[in-house]
Design a protein around this ligand. Structure first.
Ligand SMILES: [Zn+2]
Length: 380
């Protein structure tokens, strides 16, 4: 729904407003009308845009929102995106996201994140799929995209385009064929592991040794590349990262990792990894979690995150930097980094990019264009 003011109000009672004030008053009126309509039509998608200075739409390469949907639906709630997320998307000008599905490898870890702690990885995955797909069907807040053209079309229609992805193939039970099943369900993105290791590969916190890709992992990565899926190395161990580089030829992404040189966290990328991703024409999404921004995480701010973007851009160029905020405020509101606590604050990152010296063209590229370039190249 678009709000337009075809007949601006020239006169308020007996007061005739000068031209500049008329425009200002009209804008205020539009904004109030927009907010009112948003509240009235909250059951559907009402995302209207009134352009503001320095605001840019943002593509966020990583969010765990599907877990939030699954848990809240499991507690009997519904319309989770409209109730808990849509206002943040709107305030932060989030124009698209990758929804990454994560389930824990270990049975006992489920209790920390899921309302059903007695389920196996595969059972959790199936429940999450069922609950999320039902929400997507019943409520018109997000729409699943399959390529770059879909993203632009869905965005222009006023909905939030979402690419479906995986953060670790723990629910796959070691079956290669699950990639084809998930591709047919609409999934276009995947990381083989989360932090730990599984049948496919070693993650950054591998158990005994960094084994890299298993033979099954090699086959899976090759299958993902031939199907045309985004291959993501954000949680890959060092050996897994370089093994993936060895068995692929196209762009590789790190959806939510920062620069190791500025913060020595195992999830961040060494300079040689950043160069390798850039050489392939891939992209790196800046992660807003404070533990990946500063080693003394309590000092991290949105400007420190922008400095990671600056560092990577200075190393390889701004065309390889993107956004992958990894917000988890809906689980723990105290976890957020000051200035970038939730999706509603995404424009603070846009402003921080200007503040660390990026041009408008570069900020636009980091906020949206770079992510879309890679999505178009890989997914079409
Ligand atoms: Zn992650």
């Amino acid at each position: 729904m678009l709000v337009t003011l075809e007949h601006p109000v020239y006169q308020y009672g007996n007061i005739i407003l000068p031209k500049r004030q008329i425009v200002k008053s009209a804008n205020v009126f539009c904004k109030k009308l927009e907010v009112a309509l948003y509240r009235v039509y909250n059951d559907n998608v009402v995302r209207t845009f009134i352009e503001q200075e320095n605001e840019m739409r943002v593509f966020d390469l990583h969010t765990d929102t599907m877990m939030d949907i699954a848990n809240k639906v499991g507690k009997g709630e519904k319309d989770i995106l409209a109730k808990y997320h849509l206002q943040h998307y709107k305030e932060g000008e989030i124009g698209g996201q990758i929804f990454a599905m994560w389930v824990p490898k270990k049975y006992e870890d489920a209790a920390d994140y899921f309302i059903e702690s007695d389920a196996t990885s595969q059972e959790l995955m199936m429940r999450m799929l069922a609950r999320c797909f039902k929400e997507f069907r019943d409520y018109d807040t997000v729409k699943i995209a399959y390529n770059a053209e879909d993203i632009e079309r869905i965005y222009e229609s006023g909905q939030i385009p979402v690419l479906l992805g995986f953060e670790g193939f723990y629910g796959f039970d070691g079956e290669l064929g699950m990639i084809d099943v998930m591709y047919d369900l609409g999934f276009r993105h995947g990381m083989l592991t989360w932090n730990d290791d599984n049948e496919f590969a070693s993650g950054v916190e591998f158990t005994d040794e960094d084994k890299g890709l298993s033979p099954l992992g090699v086959e899976t990565i090759k299958r993902m590349e031939s199907l045309g899926m985004l291959i993501d190395v954000s949680h890959a161990s060092q050996k897994t990262f370089w093994d993936i580089m060895d068995v692929t030829t196209g762009p590789i992404i790190a959806s939510h990792s920062n620069a190791w040189a500025l913060c020595n966290a195992p999830r961040n990328l060494r300079d040689e990894q950043i160069r390798a991703i850039a050489e392939r024409g891939g992209v790196i999404g800046m992660n807003g979690w404070k533990g990946f921004i500063c080693e003394d995480m309590e000092t991290a701010t949105v400007h420190d995150l922008a400095r990671h973007a600056r560092y990577i851009a200075d190393l390889v160029g701004p065309e390889y930097v993107a956004c992958g905020f990894d917000f988890s405020n809906y689980f723990d509101p105290t976890e957020g980094t000051p200035g970038i606590e939730n999706a509603g604050k995404s424009q603070n990152f846009v402003q921080a990019l200007f503040d660390v010296g990026f041009s408008e063209k570069d900020v636009q590229a980091i906020a949206w264009d770079n992510a879309l370039r890679v999505i178009k190249k890989v997914l079409g």
